[in-house]
Design a protein around this ligand. Structure first.
Ligand code: DGI
Ligand code: FE
Ligand code: FE
Ligand code: FE
Length: 188
């Protein structure tokens, strides 16, 4: 294990200041949500802090990992928006040495969600969307929903993400749609 100070030094090698500051806000938001919903606060904080660790990794480096590790070749049709979570955990294991599978899973799922999200997964997913600098009305709506329910807040986020993607004619990663369908079914 690293001290928080060591983690922060490693993050500064990969992230510019504004992305780093976002990560610290997601850490803080995640810890609050973990207390609210009875989830391990340190795991939630660690996942929140590291969730965007790979956000600024070069596309060519992501492509190399996707090929070398034999990951789904369909991933190559996407971009850093999708890669930094699903593939980013490879860089986190390698460069930061985090091995807690629950933390790695939450980071992996933080952009697309997953049809089988745990409470920790939903905390990372939602904290990213409702950290204090997220100012959209839909983000306020998710923040309000997260007072009571992680699934309700996750659904607000996925509905917004899907609408945004379709609006700009972007390719929807199948997991994003599967997550939405799963939450809709849960909440019906
Ligand atoms: O990393 P952040 O900016 O803090 O937030 P994020 O990881 O939730 O989202 C990163 C980007 O990923 C955001 O611009 C939306 C995009 N995204 C989410 N789901 C999909 C997606 N992009 C594509 N093409 N397809 C998806 O399914
Ligand atoms: Fe992200
Ligand atoms: Fe997110
Ligand atoms: Fe983020």
């Amino acid at each position: 294990g690293h001290t928080r100070k060591q983690l922060i030094a490693l993050m500064h090698k990969r992230l510019d200041q504004s992305r780093f500051d976002h990560c610290v806000r997601v850490e803080e938001t995640s810890r609050k949500l973990a207390k609210r919903f009875g989830v391990n606060v340190d795991e939630a904080g660690l996942a929140g802090l590291l969730h965007d660790y790979a956000k600024q990794v070069e596309p060519v480096d992501f492509k190399a990992v996707i090929k070398q590790q034999g990951l789904d070749p369909a991933l190559l049709q996407y971009n850093r928006g999708i890669w930094h979570g699903l593939v980013g955990v490879w860089f986190i294991q390698k460069e930061v040495g985090v091995s807690d599978p629950a933390v790695l899973q939450a980071i992996k799922r933080h952009t697309t969600g997953d049809p089988h999200m745990t409470d920790l997964d939903m905390i990372t997913f939602v904290a990213d969307f409702i950290e204090p600098e997220r100012k959209l009305a839909v983000q306020a709506e998710a923040r309000q929903a997260a007072e009571k329910s992680l699934t309700a807040a996750s659904l607000v986020e996925l509905q917004s993400t899907l609408t945004y993607l379709v609006e700009k004619k972007a390719r929807v990663y199948p997991l994003t749609l599967a997550s939405y369908n799963s939450l809709i079914t849960t909440l019906k």
